[in-house]
Design a protein. Structure first.
Length: 591
């Protein structure tokens, strides 16, 4: 059992900034101004012949600007997610965005100077970069796509009131949605996290009612939401492909992730080649549920008649126990999130409907948001997000500029924590029926993390092309999304027409285009790592923790190559699918 008992509740942001108004908040704004002014005072020192010691001093100032900026931004972002309709929180977020855009413009000269510095002097100064070296190397990768300082400033200012404002508007609209669902003759008004509980309900009637309620609300607002998306995608293409000259919209994300285009293409191609694996699973599941064919409404249906409930205290204990069995250090780090009041777990209207972990700055314990509704799913989500927190804390000795891992590796600890949870639950209960139920649930979830996310990216790739080349309408984008779903599912299930508007309900494609392949990358990677853990036992733990401890201080491919993994080979990606195929084979045998 955990050493302490933790109750469901809200987080506190006090150890980041004590209050959103008053002296502490004004001091946070003043800190940004002071840090930027100190950096600006060194602008004339940035010459090709700058001494190494002087360059290191300027690097410390760059770090200071990043730290105080991230602290201020993190507070405003976290507070906004607590209650997205709060006008004061929105006003603070707007003030912060404006202040940081100004600070970014004033500090921009360093990045531009570094990107255009001659190679000989760049190599000389890289030798004294210390923990910031990879950050500096990454900046140089963007050199061919960097505009002049006035142009970059215009883009920064434009983004605050342009595309970033559109994304904020999307979040405000969709997080305010409620859904009227008829449950057993009674109409309930629910948040998104609450309505999706019924997507995994034992009753097919409730599952269908939940999806129809959710999709109906998005369909009713699809006109404006699809128009926002077209503006977001259009801006992404105009700036990054049109102005900067990056080869394709997805290459922008790949460059930021420092993942080669060919590796991402290979990942997505391998996912397309494995659609039959999940189609086989869906046909099996239809038989278990006594249905001639699954409907899309039934895709996450539980196999047991009544889903087991996990009250919050029990869920927390279970997660911490399984982490402790792997590594007491990992469990101790995870528990810090709860002990310091950095977990927001209570569902409520207006709160962000998803789940995330935000490691704001290296010396503060990350903040975690979940919407805990006492389901097995919620236990897994808690393990997942606490895994993210562990990852951030393992890398906390790095600079603010290198602490955060790239998006694909950012899912490593989260997915590994979920695998530990699955193993712990299977070991506790040897009953074959329970084992079938739990394995089937994991394959359900793996679909949501692997194939579904990869096909989101495939849709994005097509949608960005259609918008930039064809001025695609909302109806044409919805038709493309339906084709995307048909490729995923084949004839393994019935696909209701309502799902044509599902794409406007996916926040990642608005806020962080092409983000979603990171989930696919992360789970396929972890499936391979977990197999190694099963073979190597305790000897695996230090090597795994070393991967986490790198944070963002090395290229993802270099970190993985050190662990013996080559992301440019089809065998690497297929290996994860082979693990999933083994689970499905076992499920067939258990049937």
């Amino acid at each position: 059992m955990a050493e302490r008992t933790y109750e469901k509740g809200r987080w506190t942001l006090d150890d980041l900034i004590a209050a959103r108004t008053g002296p502490e908040m004004e001091r946070a704004f003043d800190d940004v101004e002071a840090a930027v002014a100190a950096l600006e005072s060194k602008r004339e020192d940035l010459t090709p012949s700058i001494a190494e010691a002087a360059f290191v001093e300027i690097l410390r100032l760059v770090e200071k600007v990043a730290y105080v900026s991230q602290k201020l931004y993190g507070y405003s972002a976290l507070q906004f997610t607590e209650q997205t309709g709060d006008q004061d929180a929105l006003a603070l977020r707007g003030r912060v965005d404006k202040a940081l855009a100004g600070a970014q413009n004033r500090a921009l000269f360093f990045d531009l100077w570094w990107k255009t510095l001659d190679e000989e002097n760049a190599l000389r100064l890289l030798a004294v970069g210390g923990d910031v070296t990879y950050y500096l190397e990454t900046l140089r990768k963007f050199a061919p796509y960097t505009l002049t300082e006035p142009e970059e400033k215009v883009i920064n200012v434009k983004n605050v009131n342009g595309v970033e404002g559109l994304v904020t508007l999307y979040e405000m609209i969709t997080n305010a949605f409620t859904y009227d669902v008829e449950i057993d003759g009674e109409t309930k008004r629910l948040t998104r996290s609450e309505v999706m509980v019924y997507a995994r309900d034992a009753s097919p009637v409730r599952r269908e009612a939940a999806y129809r309620a959710l999709l109906g609300v998005y369909e009713a607002r699809s006109g404006e939401l699809s128009q926002i998306y077209k503006y977001v995608a259009g801006d992404w293409h105009a700036e990054n492909v049109g102005l900067r000259g990056i080869s394709s919209p997805i290459s922008v994300r790949n460059l930021a992730n420092d993942i080669p285009d060919e590796a991402v293409d290979l990942l997505l191609d391998t996912c397309r080649e494995n659609v039959e694996l999940y189609q086989r699973f869906f046909r099996l599941k239809a038989g278990w549920l006594g249905l001639p064919k699954l409907r899309r409404f039934d895709i996450y249906a539980p196999l047991d008649e009544a889903a087991v409930e996990y009250p919050f205290v029990e869920g927390v204990d279970l997660v911490l126990q399984c982490l402790r069995g792997f590594s007491p250090e990992v469990a101790s780090l995870a528990e810090r999130v709860l002990a310091e009041g950095h977990l927001d777990s209570s569902p409520r209207p207006g709160k962000d409907t998803g789940a995330f972990c935000y490691g704001v700055v290296p010396d503060k314990t990350p903040w975690v948001l979940v919407n805990y509704n006492d389901r097995a799913d919620d236990v897994a989500t808690l393990a997942h997000e606490l895994g993210h927190a562990v990852h951030a804390m393992m890398a906390a000795d790095h600079s603010i500029l290198t602490v955060h891992s790239s998006l694909p590796l950012a899912e490593t600890a989260s997915n590994f924590a979920e695998m530990l949870l699955l193993e712990a639950m299977l070991e506790r209960n040897p009953d074959p029926v329970f084992r079938r139920t739990l394995l089937a649930k994991y394959v359900d979830d793996s679909y949501a993390m692997v194939l579904r996310q990869a096909f989101f990216v495939l849709f994005e790739r097509e949608a960005h092309r259609m918008i930039s080349e064809e001025e695609a309408t909302a109806d044409q984008l919805s038709a493309a999304y339906m084709e995307n779903l048909r490729e995923q599912f084949g004839d393994s299930l019935e696909l209701a027409d309502e799902f044509k508007s599902e794409w406007v309900s996916i926040p990642h494609i608005y806020a962080t285009p092409f983000y979603c392949y990171a989930y696919t990358f992360g789970l396929l990677l972890v499936l391979g790592l977990f197999q190694r853990y099963k073979v190597e036992g305790e000897a695996f733990v230090p090597n795994y923790l070393k991967i986490l401890a790198y944070g963002g201080s090395k290229a993802p491919s270099a970190i993985l190559e050190e662990a013996g993994i080559d992301i440019r080979t089809r065998e690497f990606w297929q290996g994860g699918f082979d693990v999933l195929a083994g689970m499905i084979d076992e499920l067939e045998a258990l049937s």
